[in-house]
Design a protein around this ligand. Structure first.
Ligand SMILES: C[S@@+](CC[C@H](N)C(=O)[O-])C[C@H]1O[C@@H](n2cnc3c(N)ncnc32)[C@H](O)[C@@H]1O
Length: 247
């Protein structure tokens, strides 16, 4: 399968980028770009539009999929994904169980680091879209399965180093986690609301987890302008709480 490519240029002080497949043409306000030739080109090469604007070719990385991949709902934000990766110590020998897959954005970040990711999604139409996103990311180590994680986790007979949950049913999954997690492994649950977070914490409290904590991460971008330097006035507000627990 052909992989997507990022075409980037800076025009009149502004950076513009396009996420394209290497086929057909891309019509932009900076001219038409013939995309077939991209198959023979390398990251760092440049391609010109018919009006003579040069675009640099880049290979997409996980944040590019966050920005450009087809979405079925709200994907997890990179700031929250970072909290999961840093607090679980996710590494290249890890097997990860993930649910729900959604657009597959978290699964893409996890798959770029871990050895294997198995991700469950309850809605069949979302499985197909996430599957396409993951194939475009070139990740053959991410397997998406259709099913309800509350039921499916009870049928698993292998174990995982890290388990990530981003579904409204996470609290119902927590009691089954000890059966499928390696000793010392981490559970990370993302919940948008206090109420869901409390249900997850209550479920965790009924099991022998250690190192339990719930975090909310604030991200402030700094804006630089002629007038001065300060935190940006447009900022990302609340996204979700991340509850971590070790078994
Ligand atoms: C917020 S989205 C997940 C976003 C995903 N983490 C990402 O970064 O793209 C939640 C997903 O969980 C799925 N879901 C809800 N309940 C589920 C369940 N019991 N088992 C599996 N998936 C479930 C929903 O269909 C939805 O696609």
């Amino acid at each position: 399968m052909d992989r997507p490519i990022i075409l980037k240029t800076t025009h009149e002080g502004k950076t513009k980028e396009y996420f394209v497949m290497p086929e057909g043409e891309k019509h932009t306000d900076l001219g038409i770009i013939k995309l077939d030739v991209l198959k023979e080109m390398q990251p760092g090469d440049t391609i010109s539009s018919h009006t003579g604007v040069d675009f640099t070719i880049q290979k997409p990385r996980s944040p590019d999929f966050f920005r450009h991949a087809k979405r079925t709902g709200a994907p997890m934000m990179p700031k929250d994904i970072g909290v999961i990766i840093s607090n679980t110590g996710l590494c290249s020998t890890d097997s990860v169980l993930d649910a729900g897959t959604g657009s597959g954005i978290l699964a893409i970040y996890l798959g770029a680091i871990a050895k294997k990711v198995v991700s469950y999604e309850i809605r069949e139409e979302f499985v197909a879209i996430a599957g396409k996103n993951i194939a475009l990311a070139g990740l053959s180590n991410v397997e998406i399965r259709h099913g309800d994680i509350v039921e499916e986790i009870r049928k698993l007979d292998n174990k995982f180093d890290v388990i990530t949950l981003d579904t409204m049913h996470s609290a119902q999954v927590v009691p089954s986690v000890p059966d499928v997690i390696y000793p010392g492994g981490f559970l990370a649950v993302y919940s948008p609301f206090f109420e869901q977070t409390k249900e997850v914490r209550q479920a965790i409290d009924q099991t022998d987890y250690t190192e339990v904590k719930t975090l909310e991460t604030m991200e402030r971008e700094i804006s630089f302008s002629e007038r001065g330097t300060r935190p940006s006035t447009a900022r990302v507000g609340h996204t979700g709480f991340i509850t971590l627990a070790r078994y």
